[in-house]
Design a protein around this ligand. Sequence first.
Ligand SMILES: Cc1ncc(COP(=O)(O)O)c(C=O)c1O
Length: 361
Amino acid sequence: MIDIDKVRLGFPHLEEVLYLNTASAGLTNANTGQAAAAFYEHMQSRGYDGREEWRAVAGRVQSLLGRLMSVDPDEVGFVGSTTEALNLVVNALPIAAGERVVFLEDEFPSLRAALEPLVTKGVDVQKLPCADEANRTDILCQAAAGASVVGVSHVHWCTGTRIDLPRLAERCRTEGAILLVDGIQALGATAVDASHVDVYAASTFKWLLAGFGLGIVVVRKPLRDRLRPVFRGYFNPSPSTEIRYGHINYPGLCALEASLLDLEALGWDNIFRRVTMLRERLTDNLIGIGIDAVTPRHDAAGIISFRTDDPEALFERLQASGVRIEARDRFVRASPHFYNTEGEIDRFSEILAAFRRGAPS
Ligand SMILES: Cc1ncc(COP(=O)(O)O)c(C=O)c1O
């Protein structure tokens, strides 16, 4: 069990606003900031003489993430962002003219932008429509037949739908397709088993609560041996199949270690249970005020979205009322993390209900 009152003391911003916006950026606690500051103090006092100590952080974080993602720590790598990870991997893929790549057309712009240029190599790039959230996994399972690469977000950035990753991975394995996953909206919010997939990319600033500038990329060994990196440097001279070409963001890594240790101490299962409980409570509350969430009740993580006529206008009104959510595409997106409470979910729902009744904000 998480002692939520105690946990919230570490996140003072929660007392100032109704923060339901972890899908944009997670709040960091004091330990995380202090760990980054300690890195700079180390650099001030010891400079390069301290290198063995800060390099050792990488190995410890690989172990923490290996445990969280059910992969070998050696398979966990670090780059600058999710987008960088996707681009480095896509440019290194063993794919030739005439082969097919598939993804859903409403994917996050980074996944689309990384895969679309394969057209210039003669690759058949297929962008598939998805009219019904219940069909996301099925559409990709069907499209995997004859495809060389399937790209997908584990949790969709707008609708919050969580793909059935084990099922899609099984299908990709049968069809011989590489499965490339953008997991930034999943990692830290829901259980992730990256051992099913070929590539799993994420960043630290959302559900892992560790700030910006560090991307996590798991490349499973069978694929890593087949990669041909295009971008090279001192860290991956040819014929290395490593995609990272330079140094790691060490202060970011120190921040991530501190955050992962705090989260692991709370218990990942406890965290995921709270995220589910808060999401389901909000889904029920929305039904109670006549709003149907677009997010499937069970195939989801921390994002709950609903359609409204003018998402921007609702966003502005909620912002003025101290509520932090986002207008994304045609949706209003709320994204509670474990540090939120049932009371906050109810307060948000009451504010929404009042707006629908036309009450002044
Ligand atoms: C699904 C998805 N992918 C990628 C990103 C961008 O991540 P990064 O800034 O680490 O490239 C975001 C959000 O910003 C996202 O929601």
